[in-house]
Design a protein around this ligand. Structure first.
Ligand SMILES: [Zn+2]
Ligand SMILES: [Zn+2]
Length: 640
């Protein structure tokens, strides 16, 4: 027999016996072999030392290829599990699952004799380093299901037995390194010494298979990189993210707090936080007007029959809040769509009236389990900058293009770049395929016309229509899903929406749901972290603070304060009986963009000294010049 193995450069190698990607790499060059993490065999991840005995396309994956991360991080999770078993005794440790995740890996353990805390992590890391130094070969082997179960039972690995029972294949694969054996699909690095740069990050509880009825396991998170500087950069980013955590900065800067006792998942906004929200809202209002939307308002609570008709009753009830009065059940709205539909139906619509673009700052309530709540990012009530566009099919491309243009303008103000995903028709869908195709084409055309980078998520659309999600990238490179544009063929049917066409016939309009911030509160949370609390002047809750050098200059300071206040600059006076340096430091910590310091010289020359929060000082500025500069910065919403 001969096997033909085609390499990415198109060359074909012939072998008369099974061969491993490792051997082929070595034949190509010693360097490639040293840097190899695994292979892609017909597009599928493959171990470097796993024999191939069939014709295929082969690509060697090098350690610094993006696909290698999954291989070495997964190997690292095995090394961590091996270390945990060595430390706590293999007989005391039952293994859950140990997958890779974005930027890292974890493993779940059921440990009979210990509760792991963060203090234990260095000890586990030490043991992992030993295992890496031992450079144990990692070997793959297969067993028939029955023997696999026996093997895992003999080791007391009951969770693994449960997993094997659910595997449909006749044979299951294992990986072995030294004394450690794990049920695993792989692939893995050829030995434990191949990647050295890792760090264990945290410990938390996790129910077996995410089910609260199952035992609580101990999960250890870690990360690993092919190169040391990549690991260092990542750890630095995490450190920075921790410093910027909006759950810490929010209360510290007096923006918001959450009272978990009476309103878990329902943030309470303080005056400073509300100031920022109001700025975000007026920006939004301004742009909605520019893009031809009409603002509306709909009730928070409406009769259950509306929600039965919309389908929320059947499909979304578990996430909804209800209230009862005089034996009638009402629902607190989880979405604004039915309200806007009532407005559409309020009077007859002709083809000439379309598109109709209705916009609302819609406060919605959605129940989320306590365990998943997270500051402003995952909540139970929030305000959507929600709009529904009712249009004719021939208007879809135009409308979606305009929404993308709107998104570009809005996100540009914050310096956000983004990428989009287009989710297409799922197996289970409503409406005929021709309509789906037209709508999906429409979304695609709009993205292409606007030159938006996007990926297609095949079959990931909702059953009622295709959609585009926009993922914003913040200053730390983290991605947040914010805007969505969702086509809907279902609601117009359910509510029997119509318009009169030019030939007099009754037609169904298309409905487009879209939100751009998504949730204003969540967007606020993202901004707090993006700016590390140092909002650009137009957003800053306090834009300037006037600080007299001493009591002697209080009067002059008060005058300056009043002038700024009259010019609509958000200003405060800090004439507390504290030292000057203390007051400057405190206002710097509050991240106030401008500190205005006045003393003898300033009073005499009728000027001010300005100190920015970055620590830059300028003296002898005329108050009117300062006002003009700041107002200009605010008006143009300068992003700094
Ligand atoms: Zn594994
Ligand atoms: Zn909607």
């Amino acid at each position: 027999m001969t096997m033909q193995i085609r390499l990415p450069d198109g060359s074909v190698r012939e072998y008369s016996q099974p061969v491993t990607p490792g051997q082929i790499a070595k034949e190509i060059s010693e360097g490639l072999w040293r840097n190899a993490a695994g292979a892609l065999v017909n597009g599928q991840l493959w171990d470097l030392e796993r024999p191939i005995d069939f014709d295929c396309d082969l690509k060697i994956i090098k350690l610094d290829d993006p696909q290698a991360a999954e291989i070495y991080r997964h190997t690292m999770s095995h090394i961590m599990a091996q270390a945990v078993m060595r430390i706590y005794g293999a007989e005391n440790v039952k293994l859950g699952i140990g997958p890779t995740i974005e930027n890292g890996f974890y493993y779940d353990f059921d440990i009979a004799n210990a509760k792991i805390t963060e203090e234990d992590l260095p000890k586990i890391e030490e043991e992992m380093k030993k295992i890496i130094k031992e450079d144990l070969p990692i070997e793959r082997f297969e067993l028939p299901k029955k023997e696999a179960i026996e093997l895992m039972e003999s080791k007391g690995q009951t969770y693994k037995v449960e997993l094997i029972n659910e595997i449909p294949n006749e044979k299951v694969s294992f990986y072995k390194q030294g004394e450690f054996v794990d049920l695993c699909r792989g692939p893995h690095l050829p030995s434990t010494g191949k990647v050295k740069h890792f760090k264990l990050l945290s410990v938390s509880g996790a129910y077996w298979r995410g089910n609260e009825k199952n035992p609580m396991l101990q999960r250890i998170y870690g990360t690993a990189f092919a190169k040391k500087d990549e690991l260092d950069n990542y750890l630095k980013m995490l450190e920075e993210a921790k410093k910027r955590d909006h759950r810490r900065l929010g209360p510290q800067l007096e923006l918001f707090f959450i009272n978990t006792d009476v309103a878990a998942g329902m943030p309470i906004f303080l005056p400073y936080g509300m100031t920022v929200l109001k700025e975000l809202m007026s920006l939004s209002r301004e742009l909605h007007k520019k893009y031809g939307y009409k603002e509306v308002g709909t009730p928070l609570i409406m009769h259950e029959k509306l929600w039965r008709q919309s389908g929320h009753w059947d499909h979304y009830k578990n996430n909804m809040y209800f209230t009862e009065k005089e034996e009638v059940t009402y629902a607190v709205k989880p979405m604004n769509c039915p309200g806007h539909i009532l407005i559409y139906k309020n009077k007859p619509v002709s083809y000439k009236d379309l598109p109709i673009r209705l916009f609302e700052f819609g406060r919605v309530h959605r129940y989320e389990r306590g365990g998943v709540l997270h500051g402003l990012l995952r909540v139970r009530t929030f305000t959507q900058d929600d709009a529904h566009i009712f249009c004719r099919e021939d208007q879809i491309v135009n409308e979606v293009t305009d929404v993308v243009r709107f998104i570009n303008e809005l996100y540009g103000i914050f310096g956000f770049s983004y990428r989009a995903t287009l989710s297409t028709m799922p197996e289970d869908h409503m409406g005929d395929e021709a309509t789906w195709e037209k709508a999906t084409e429409g979304l695609k055309n709009a993205l292409e016309e606007m030159k938006v980078p996007y990926e297609v998520a095949e079959g990931e659309g909702a059953f009622y229509g295709p959609k585009i999600d926009f993922h914003v990238r913040d200053v730390l490179g983290r991605e947040w899903q914010c805007a969505t544009i969702q086509m809907d063929f279902q609601m117009p049917e359910r509510f029997d929406l119509t318009y009169k066409a030019s030939d007099g016939s009754e037609r169904r309009p298309v409905m487009i749901h879209r939100a751009l911030y998504g949730s204003i509160e969540r967007f606020f949370g993202i901004l707090i972290e993006h700016y590390a609390g140092a909002f650009p002047t137009w957003l800053a809750p306090v834009q300037a603070v006037v600080i007299p050098v001493s009591e002697k200059f209080s009067e002059y300071a008060k005058n300056i304060y009043q002038t700024l206040d009259e010019n609509d600059i958000r200003v405060e006076l800090d004439d507390r009986n504290e030292t000057l340096s203390y007051r400057i430091r405190e206002n710097q910590m509050r991240k106030v963009p401008y500190m205005i310091i006045v003393g003898e010289k300033e009073k005499e020359s009728e000027t001010i000294s300005v100190r920015t929060r970055e620590g830059k000082d300028t003296h002898g500025i005329k108050i009117n010049d300062f006002i003009e500069t700041v107002l200009n910065e605010i008006r143009k919403r300068v992003n700094k």
